[in-house]
Design a protein around this ligand. Structure first.
Ligand code: G3D
Ligand code: MG
Length: 200
């Protein structure tokens, strides 16, 4: 579910040596570090609350032709006192992965506020966002329609391409699909920026 259109012709555009800078954000306990280590080690790693950041360079095969894409992920602590630091990580981001706990209905308003705040920053204008509706394995998890409405995704700036993904980070479900969607959105934005530059 998203506001952008997927375009698989965008897959060939990135040189294999070029790593995409991806920042993983979200409230504390949403599952950000679990997402990162699931992607890195392809297994569940029990982590401790992140005080600063975790970073990993990960190569993944994406698309029907299994193109190798390099990602440089930054998983930044989500506690309230750490959130002002997010902007220094997103400054040069190609994409944002925003992880939301699908069972934490009490804090979804707070997640919405942070998501909207980060996408409104001038430096983040137009940076695509993969919204990960995590912990879908748990009973009482919110549906995608509820998440979309409670996070007010349709109210994000028109320039912000987003995709809402149901996921379970502990077993990795949904993560491959999510990164494929994010990659396509990033390539689409790069193509648009190149075209705008040519016109000037
Ligand atoms: P954070 O980095 O966003 O702060 P963590 O979050 O990755 O540290 O995860 C917080 C807790 O949520 C962890 O449990 C972790 O195992 C759990 N978690 C992460 N993803 C999922 C998921 O998809 N499903 C379920 N059921 N739990 C998940 P603990 O018990 O260590 O606090
Ligand atoms: Mg963490």
């Amino acid at each position: 579910m998203g506001n952008g259109q997927s375009d698989h012709s965008l897959f060939p555009c990135l040189a294999p040596f070029q790593a995409l800078h991806i920042v993983i954000l979200g409230l504390d306990c949403a599952g950000k570090t679990t997402v990162l280590y699931r992607l890195r080690f392809n297994e569940f790693v029990n982590s401790v609350p992140t005080k600063g950041f975790n970073t990993e360079k990960i190569k993944m095969s994406l698309g029907v032709c299994r193109r190798t894409v390099s990602f440089h992920f930054w998983d930044v602590g989500g506690q309230e006192k750490l959130r002002p630091l997010w902007r220094s990580y997103t400054r040069c981001a190609d994409g944002i992965v925003f992880v939301v706990d699908s069972v934490d209905a009490e804090r979804i308003e707070e997640a919405k506020t942070e998501l909207h705040k980060v996408t409104r920053l001038t430096a983040n204008q137009g940076v695509p966002v993969l919204v990960v509706a995590n912990k879908q394995d748990l009973r009482n998890s919110l549906s995608m329609a509820e998440m979309e409405s409670m996070l007010a995704l349709s109210e994000l700036s028109r320039a912000t391409d987003w995709y809402l993904l149901p996921a379970c980070a502990i077993i990795g479900e949904g993560l491959q699909e999510g990164l494929e969607k994010l990659y396509v959105m990033i390539m689409k934005r790069r193509k648009m920026l190149r075209q705008q530059k040519k016109k000037r």
